[in-house]
Design a protein around this ligand. Structure first.
Ligand SMILES: *Cc1c(COP(=O)(O)O)cnc(C)c1O
Ligand SMILES: [Zn+2]
Length: 390
């Protein structure tokens, strides 16, 4: 394993990666650091190409030491395909959809759970707990069961019913709360405090390894393009872990010399009903303000106060990216239009990126010849309620 330590991106403190860790004392999330020089001697893109087509093919850049501890259902490469008819409608030359709906549990949250649960188990955790908007809890409950860990999950009543059912099916202890994910977070914090060290806090970005799983989306996009980067990547941003992870992946690949200096412009897509990152970006601030009365059909991105706000905003700034909020009515119309043109039912969060592509193209921010990748973060079939006229 090439993992060397954990580093605080805010105060620079280093932390031991061989024991369970949460936030830095300064309150910032921690980032996993590797001996990339040594990793680059041990493996290269040609060697990776010969391995099984799943996220563990990047194991030199992942934090699990003992492969026997890996909890997996087969986190295979997700397809990335051209949506030419929708691209023509939006006026962009190349639109590629990376479809995370094919991951186990039907969302990209499986990547974070596969790596996060495996590492937590390796470091001795027996019981994990977290608040969620649904998909993360479903994924962590599922992978925790696979690894033989207990899971306690809290989610808002409004979260998609299927994600509740997944938690229960995997034997997790499920709590439903009034309000939004931060309310679920308060309940979980109380449960963890009362457990006196017996429950590991696996809340978004409060442990460092979920991010490592999600960064593999960045590795895959680059590898699927033949070890080159697109011009623009759009990501439906709630906690922002996927966006931060894709950025981290790109920086690691650049340091390894596997890609050139140019990075894709990263776009954080939010809903006008919950847009703390868009608001902070527009004001040129480094931190986001909590969003009052957060509400959107794109439930996975209803995160009023993302803990990783600084890292999200830094990733946008470092790549010449932007942040944009779209209306629910527009994203639902684009979701329906996309289905008619391309066939696949996207998740509402993925559909938010469709609207963002159209609006950014109309504003000239995306050029006609840009190669654009968007993440469909979950399977549309988990959200049957978004199909109009049924
Ligand atoms: C969790 C989730 C998101 C937001 O992901 P973050 O990495 O937390 O920003 C987007 N879409 C879906 C379907 C999700 O479940
Ligand atoms: Zn710190």
């Amino acid at each position: 394993m090439f993992l060397t330590h954990l580093e605080c991106p805010r105060c620079g403190a280093q932390h031991d990666s061989d024991r369970l860790q949460n936030l830095c004392r300064c309150g910032s999330p921690l980032l996993a650091r590797y001996d990339l020089a040594a990793a680059g001697k041990a493996v290269d893109p040609a060697a990776i190409a010969g391995r099984a087509p799943d996220l563990w093919r990047y194991r030199e850049l992942l934090p699990v030491g003992d492969s026997a501890r890996i909890a997996t259902f087969g986190e295979d490469f997700t397809p990335m395909w051209r949506a030419d008819r929708y691209a023509a409608l939006a006026g962009v030359g190349t639109l590629l959809v990376k479809d995370e709906g094919l991951m186990p549990t039907g969302s990209f949250k499986a990547r974070g759970a596969a790596v996060g649960v495996s590492r937590a188990a390796e470091l001795g955790a027996r019981h994990v707990a977290m608040p969620t908007n649904g998909n993360a809890g479903a994924a962590w409950a599922t992978y925790a069961a696979r690894a033989g860990l207990r899971a306690t999950i809290a989610m808002p009543f409004d979260a998609p019913l299927i994600t509740r059912q997944e938690c229960v099916a995997a034997g997790a202890e499920l709590h439903l709360v009034e309000g939004v994910i931060s309310d679920a977070g308060r309940l979980i914090a109380g449960i963890i405090a009362a457990a006196d060290g017996a429950i590991f806090d696996a809340s978004t970005l409060k442990e460092p390894y979920r991010l490592e799983g999600k960064k593999t989306m960045g590795f895959e996009i680059v590898e699927q393009l033949g070890w080159r980067v697109p011009d623009v990547i759009l990501y439906p941003t709630g906690g922002g872990v996927g966006l931060i992870g894709i950025h981290k992946a790109l920086l690691e690949l650049r340091e390894l010399g596997w890609i050139g200096d140019k990075l894709p412009r990263l776009v954080a897509v939010q809903s006008t009903g919950c847009a703390p990152v868009v608001d902070a970006f527009a004001r040129g601030e480094r931190r986001a303000q909590p969003w009052p009365d957060a509400r959107t059909v794109a439930y996975g991105i209803t995160v009023p106060a993302p803990l990783g706000d600084e890292l999200i905003l830094a990733a946008l700034a470092a790549t010449g990216g932007t942040a944009i909020a779209v209306d629910d009515a527009d994203l639902l119309a684009d979701l329906a239009e996309f289905g008619r043109l391309e066939g696949l039912l996207l998740c509402p969060e993925g559909a938010a990126c469709l609207t963002a592509v159209r609006q950014l193209r109309a504003a000239g921010w995306i050029a006609a010849d840009d190669e654009v990748v968007l993440l469909n973060t979950g399977a549309g079939v988990k959200y049957p309620g978004t199909v109009p006229g049924v």
